[in-house]
Design a protein. Structure first.
Ligand code: AMP
Length: 618
C-alpha cells in the first residue's frame, strides 16, 4: 500500500515508494497497485482500459516500438514487424518450440536450434526478454503516469509451471525495463490472494485455480493454512489457450468455406481471419449466433457448432484437472472453492465443464482478466511489510540433484518440496591426490542422470591433494522463492568454494516436465536394476583401485604366490565387470576381498610393529 507522509516543516507530501503488481500475460498484460483505501486496483491510464495487449510493433524507421492496443492494429497490416505471444518464447530454444515456431506471423530465427530463440524484425534481432521488457516498460510508464510517481519496484507473475529458465528470463525482462523485481509469483497463488483467500491467519482452505488465458493453461490445487499458501499440485499446458479456440474456428471456416486459396493469395488475410475468429468467440459467450463478411464470403458460426469445435480442447483441460486432483490426493468434495482466471473462462462451455468436473459452481466473481494482477499487487503489499501475517509457499515440480559415481542421480531437493528450501550433502574424492571435483547438477526423476536434464556443470578446483576419501566437500542447494537454484560446493578442510546460479540455457515445456514424471514411473523397475548394477560396479572399481595400490606399495611384504593369486583374482573381477551382471560382480568382489584382507592385515601388523620399534628409546 502506498503510504503518504506530510513533511511538517515544508508542508510537502512525501509518498512512500509504490510497488506494483504485474501480470505479464501471453495475450494481455496488466499492472495493478493498492489504492490508498486498501483495495487492489488495476491501473487504467487515460481511460485506455486496464488491459494492455502483449503486442509490440516496430514501425519502419522509428527508434521506439509501439506497445499495446495500437500495436495490435498492426497485426493485420504489418504482421512481420508486429510481435505477439512472446511469452511463449521466453526461456526457450528453437528446438523447444518445434512446430509452433512456424505458426507465428513473425520470423523466429532458426540458425542455432539449441540456443535461446531470437526474433527478426527488419534487419534487427530481438530476444524474447527484450520484447517482454518493452511490454513491462509500457506498463511501468502507464503506472507512473496514472499514479504521478516514479515506479521502479514490482512483483511479476508467471504460470505455475514456468521453469528456472523462464522465471529467470522474466526477472531479466523486468530489470531491462528498469524494474527491480522483488518477487516472481505463481499466477494461481496471486489469483487466490485476489479472491481474498488466506488473508486472515486462522482460515483453512483448499482451492483449485483454473486459469485458461490466451496462450497458456494452468490448473493448481492450493492449500491455505494459517496464512501459508502451499501449492499441492500443478498441471497444465503452455500451448493451450484462447488462441487455440480461435484456431479451431479458423480451421473450420477455412475448410468448410474454401478459404485456403484466398488466404494464400492475400497476405494479411490470415491475421484478419484470426481477429474475426476471436470476435466470433467473444460474441458467442453472450449470444447464440455469429456471422460476418470476410472478403465477400459470409462466415457464420452458431454456439452449438462452436461448442462442438472446442470440445476436445476443453476436455484436455479437464484431463489436467483430474491429474492435478489425483496428484494432490483429493476428491472434488474436499475443495472449498474453484477459482476461474483468464479471459477464456468466459466461454460458457468452459465454465460449465469446470463446474461439472469439480462438482460445484466455479467462482468467477472477479474480472478474470484482472485477477492475477490484483493478486500480484496484494503480494507486493505483503512484501512492502503491510501484511505481515501472510507467507507464500510454492513447490518445485521436479527433483534436483547431482551426478555421483557411475552416472547415478543423487537427489538433493526432492520433487514437490516447498520453496524456498535449502538442502545439502557431503561428498568426497574417489582418487588419491584429486584436486578438482566436477559437480553436475540435474533435474528429473530418473535414477540415471543421462535420462534427466542437465542444468549446469562446474568444477570445484584447488582441493589440496589428499588421499581419496579424505576431502570433505559440502554441496548445498538453495532454491529461492522464485524457483531459481543456487548451488555451492565447499571443501571444508581447505575452505575452497565455488558457487553457480543456475540459468539453464533453455527451458522445459510443460509436456516435457509431465513426460519426465511419466517416464520415471514407467521405467521405475529398470531404473532400480540399473542403479544396482552401477552401485556394484562402483564398489568393484574402488576395490580394484585399492588392491592395485596396495600391491604396488607393499610388494616386499607379499610372497610371489600371493602376488600371482591376487593378479588372477583381480582379472576375475575385471571379467565380471564386463558381464555387467550385478551378482557376478559382487561375487568377484567378495572373492577378491577374502583373498586380500589377510594380506592387508599382515602388512598392517608389520607397519605397526615398525612404528613401535621406531619409537623405542635406545
Ligand atoms: P488472458 O491471457 O487471460 O488475457 O486471456 C485472453 C484470452 O481470453 C484471449 O484468448 C481472448 O480471446 C479471451 N477472451 C476475452 N474475452 C472473452 C470472452 N468474452 N469470451 C471468450 N473469450 C474471451
Amino acid at each position: 500500500m502506498a503510504k503518504v507522509a506530510i513533511n511538517l516543516s515544508t508542508g510537502s507530501i512525501q509518498q512512500e515508494e509504490i510497488i506494483v503488481g504485474i501480470d505479464l500475460g501471453t495475450t494481455n498484460s496488466l499492472v495493478a497497485y493498492i489504492h490508498p483505501d486498501g483495495h487492489p486496483l488495476a491501473i487504467n491510464d487515460q481511460g485506455r482500459g486496464t488491459i494492455v495487449p502483449s503486442v509490440v510493433h516496430f514501425p519502419a524507421g522509428a527508434q521506439e516500438p509501439i506497445v499495446g492496443t495500437e500495436a495490435k492494429d498492426y497485426l493485420l497490416t504489418d504482421p512481420q514487424n508486429t510481435i505477439y505471444s512472446v511469452k511463449r518464447l521466453l526461456g526457450k530454444s528453437y528446438r523447444d518450440l518445434g512446430e509452433h515456431a512456424t505458426q507465428l506471423g513473425y520470423k523466429v530465427i532458426d540458425d542455432n536450434t539449441e540456443g535461446l530463440v531470437k526474433i527478426r524484425v527488419g534487419d534487427r534481432f530481438y530476444s524474447p526478454i527484450e520484447l517482454s521488457a518493452e511490454i513491462l516498460k509500457e506498463l511501468r510508464l502507464r503506472a507512473e503516469h496514472a499514479l504521478k510517481t516514479p515506479v521502479n519496484k514490482a512483483v511479476i507473475t508467471v504460470p505455475a509451471y514456468f521453469n528456472d529458465s523462464q522465471r529467470q528470463a522474466t526477472r531479466d525482462a523486468g530489470r531491462l525495463a528498469g524494474l527491480e523485481v522483488l518477487r516472481i509469483v505463481n499466477e494461481p497463488t496471486a489469483a487466490a490472494l485476489a479472491y481474498g483467500i488466506g488473508l486472515s491467519p486462522d482460515e483453512e482452505k483448499t482451492v483449485a485455480v483454473y486459469d485458461l488465458g490466451g496462450g497458456t493453461f494452468d490448473v493448481s490445487i492450493l492449500r491455505i493454512q494459517q496464512g501459508i499458501f502451499e501449492v499441492l499440485s500443478t498441471n497444465g499446458d503452455t500451448y493451450l489457450g484462447g488462441d487455440d479456440l480461435d484456431r479451431a474456428i479458423i480451421d473450420y471456416w477455412t475448410s468448410d468455406y474454401q478459404l485456403a486459396a484466398y488466404l494464400y493469395q492475400n497476405g494479411s488475410a490470415q491475421q484478419e481471419l484470426r481477429l474475426l475468429a476471436e470476435a466470433a468467440k467473444k460474441h458467442l459467450s453472450r449470444h447464440e449466433e455469429f456471422s460476418a463478411d470476410f472478403g465477400g464470403t459470409l462466415l457464420p458460426l452458431t454456439k452449438t457448432k462452436f461448442n462442438e469445435l472446442i470440445q476436445p480442447l476443453v476436455e484436455r483441460t479437464i484431463v489436467s484437472c483430474r491429474q492435478a486432483l489425483a496428484d494432490a490426493k483429493l476428491t472434488p468434495q474436499q475443495l472449498d472453492a474453484v477459482l476461474l482466471v483468464g479471459g477464456s473462462t468466459r466461454v460458457p462451455l468452459v465454465y460449465d465443464s469446470v463446474s461439472a468436473f469439480f462438482q460445484q459452481p466455479a467462482n468467477s466473481s472477479l474480472n478474470p482478466d484482472e485477477v492475477v494482477a490484483l493478486g500480484a499487487a496484494i503480494q507486493a503489499d505483503i512484501l512492502a511489510g503491510n501484511r505481515r501475517d501472510v507467507l507464500l509457499l510454492d513447490v518445485t515440480p521436479l527433483t534436483l540433484g547431482i551426478e555421483t559415481l557411475g552416472g547415478l542421480m543423487d537427489p538433493i531437493i526432492p520433487r514437490n518440496s516447498k520453496i524456498p528450501t535449502k538442502a545439502g550433502r557431503q561428498y568426497t574424492t574417489s582418487v588419491d591426490g584429486q584436486v578438482n571435483l566436477k559437480i553436475s547438477v540435474y533435474q528429473g526423476e530418473r535414477d540415471l542422470v543421462k535420462e534427466n536434464r542437465k542444468l549446469a556443470e562446474f568444477d570445484l578446483r584447488g582441493i589440496p591433494a589428499m588421499p581419496a576419501g579424505l576431502p570433505k566437500v559440502d554441496v548445498n542447494f538453495l532454491l529461492n522463492a522464485d524457483g531459481i537454484l543456487q548451488v555451492e560446493a565447499i571443501e571444508l578442510r581447505s575452505n575452497t568454494r565455488q558457487a553457480v546460479e543456475i540459468k539453464p540455457q533453455y527451458g522445459l515445456t510443460d509436456e516435457q516436465v509431465e513426460q519426465m514424471l511419466m517416464d520415471s514411473l514407467t521405467h521405475a523397475r529398470e531404473d532400480v536394476a540399473a542403479r544396482m548394477v552401477i552401485e556394484a560396479r562402483t564398489v568393484a572399481e574402488q576395490m580394484l583401485y585399492q588392491v592395485e595400490r596396495f600391491v604396488d606399495k607393499n610388494s616386499q611384504y607379499l610372497t610371489e604366490d600371493e602376488i600371482t593369486q591376487t593378479a588372477a583374482q583381480t582379472q576375475v573381477l575385471r571379467e565380471a565387470l564386463e558381464t555387467n551382471v550385478k551378482d557376478t560382480i559382487l561375487k568377484a568382489v567378495d572373492e577378491l576381498e577374502s583373498l586380500t584382507s589377510p594380506f592387508a592385515e599382515r602388512v598392517m601388523n608389520i607397519s605397526i610393529k615398525q612404528a613401535m620399534a621406531g619409537k623405542k628409546i635406545e
